[in-house]
Design a protein around this ligand. Structure first.
Ligand code: NOJ
Length: 549
């Protein structure tokens, strides 16, 4: 794992929506090259690009049809090599998204598999004579019937995303060989898509829910990741992050504890389910703030104690925009976005920021289902209608929950298509692009963008951000999240007010050792009076560093 991992910040790019060099409806790799100076200025160390391999784009590239080739819509291998070199020249590493729980049904392996039960590639996938009751994460049964052979294949996602059979050692070798191909090209890391789903319980038993018990953190997943480490990561300086669906703290400690030689760190999603009523995503819900703190605190303390490492994030291409979700997308958009940034970047782990988060992009308030493109959202809309909601009610849910909320084009400037392209983009722009954009944020030293840049710089400056322990002082408070980070030589105090009401807060006695000096490193309001008591303003955020006398 790279030495700088604990001080690094990763920026996530969704190439389709980032920047179109060729001035087309979709973004491309040269568009990323065009923006490298901006990303270097921001101070990020790695760029994780979501998949740009050949793909029929049923799930925007998470349905790979050829792992070795770049989809012409995104450019060429020469464009990718240019991106690698230009990023490296600026001290930035490129991380690839590796999607090996499944392939597209248009992948050559799957096409071969269709040729008959005794084909070598048949066993690269999971076939059964009878389906069980497992459900696809995109709705409906997880099994699709293939009439030629009379068997069903498993697809935990879309029907065009067939699950790979990791029990087959030859499949594993084919995956590792492909990963070595990219590592040899000089990529700096990998983000591994739903990697904790690759080991299915071979009994394929019926489940009393959707089947997830039988494949989440499944029986051989650690063994497979250790093999991947030996075959691909060993001897290379790669940053590796696993996307872990419905995982547990104990498993994530094991996935990321260096001695186990699996991954550098893990993403989990428990903190982003605090607005799912009874665990249901496709229902309107207010968010449970106390629950959010409890989850964050458990993972901070648990990973610290267990020697694991967290990937920290509020946003990605599957999540609604955080300022709309946990902040205020109206009057307090700027201050609440800064508060959310500080609350997250003060924690232990490696922060990931997702394109547009740094300028406080919000959900675009989709009005009509025709505006959406995401397969999951379109399926969910139909299911909501089938469950009895009318169109207005179904659309209200989609507007709040859809993954397309985060996939609208990046807002670079106030020109017609926001500097993303000179053509109508594949997904509509948010209406606020005229004033929420990178150009105006760069020009305003008080912008959310400059705030993020300072946070990124602080992580490199103060070791306590990487090493310090974590203690929450306000676990039950309805709007305050106050925590400390301590190492032997210094301490941080982070105060975050999740709300618009005036709020006072006094630090309990004994939190700060006698005689320690406080320095305010960052806030979203002018510095308050010195002392251990505050009159907090709407969405107030304060980050202090404390040092011994
Ligand atoms: C997680 C990815 O982030 C998401 O976009 C995708 O739909 C699923 N995995 C399936 O690959």
């Amino acid at each position: 794992m790279p030495e700088n991992m604990k001080q690094a910040v990763v920026y996530q790019i969704y190439p389709k929506s980032f920047s179109s060099h060729r001035q087309q409806a979709t973004g491309d790799l040269l568009g990323v090259v065009d923006r490298l100076d901006y990303l270097a200025w921001l101070g990020v160390d790695y760029l994780w690009l979501t998949p740009f391999y050949c793909s029929p784009q049923k799930d925007n590239g998470y349905d790979v049809s050829d792992y070795y080739r770049i989809d012409p819509a995104y450019g060429s291998m020469a464009d990718f090599e240019l991106l690698l070199a230009e990023a490296r020249r600026r001290g930035i590493g490129i991380m690839l998204d590796i999607v090996v729980n499944h392939t597209s049904t248009e992948h050559a392996w799957f096409r071969q598999a269709l040729k008959g039960r005794d084909n070598f590639y048949r066993d690269f996938y999971i076939w059964r004579d009878q389906p069980n009751n497992w459900q696809s994460k995109f709705g409906g049964s997880a099994w699709a019937f293939e009439p030629e052979s009379g068997q069903y294949y498993l697809h935990l996602f879309d029907q065009t995303q067939a699950d790979l059979n990791w029990e087959n050692p030859q499949l594993r070798q084919a995956v590792f060989e492909m990963m070595r191909f990219w590592a040899d090209k000089g990529v700096a890391g990998f983000r591994l898509d739903v990697i904790n789903l690759i080991s299915k319980d071979p009994a394929f038993s019926e489940d009393d829910s959707d089947g997830r018990h039988f494949y989440t953190d499944g029986p051989r997943v650690h063994e497979y990741l250790q093999q991947m480490h030996r075959e691909v990561f060993a001897g290379r300086e790669l940053l590796t992050v696993g996307e872990m669906s419905s995982t547990s703290l104990a498993h994530c400690i094991d996935y990321s504890r260096p001695e186990r030689r699996e991954l550098s760190m893990t993403f989990n999603f428990h903190h982003l389910k605090v607005d799912y009523p009874q665990g249901k995503k496709w229902q309107l819900g207010r968010f449970d703030f106390v629950g959010l703190k409890r989850i964050m605190s458990d993972w901070q303390q648990g990973m610290h104690a267990g020697g694991g490492w967290n990937a920290l994030f509020w946003c990605n291409h599957d999540q609604p925009r955080v300022v709309s979700r946990f902040g205020d997308e109206g009057q307090y958009r700027q201050v609440s976005a800064k508060m959310l940034a500080t609350a997250l970047h003060g924690l232990q782990g490696t922060p990931y920021l997702y394109q547009g988060e740094e300028i406080a992009m919000a959900n675009p308030a989709f009005q009509h289902i025709e505006e959406l493109r995401d397969v999951e959202s379109l399926n969910a809309y139909q299911q909501l209608l089938a469950s009895g909601l009318d169109r207005t009610q179904a659309m209200a849910v989609i507007r709040q929950k859809s993954r397309d909320n985060s996939r609208t084009p990046m807002q670079w400037d106030s020109s017609r298509f926001a500097g993303f392209s000179q053509t109508q983009p594949w997904l509509r722009l948010a209406d606020d692009a005229g004033y929420i954009n990178v150009a105006s944020a760069l020009a305003d030293p008080d912008s959310v963008l400059h705030h993020y840049r300072r946070l990124i710089a602080l992580r490199k400056q103060y070791r306590v951000l990487a090493d310090g322990d974590y203690h929450c002082l306000t676990p039950e408070h309805p709007s305050l999240w106050v925590y400390t980070r301590r190492s032997a030589a210094e301490m941080l105090l982070v105060i975050s007010h999740f709300g618009a009401e005036a709020q006072s807060y006094r630090l309990p006695e004994g939190v700060i050792p006698e005689g320690w000096q406080a320095e305010l490193l960052l806030s979203n309001y002018p510095a308050p009076a010195v002392g251990w008591q505050w009159q907090l303003r709407p969405w107030h955020s304060l980050l202090y560093r404390l040092t011994p006398p």
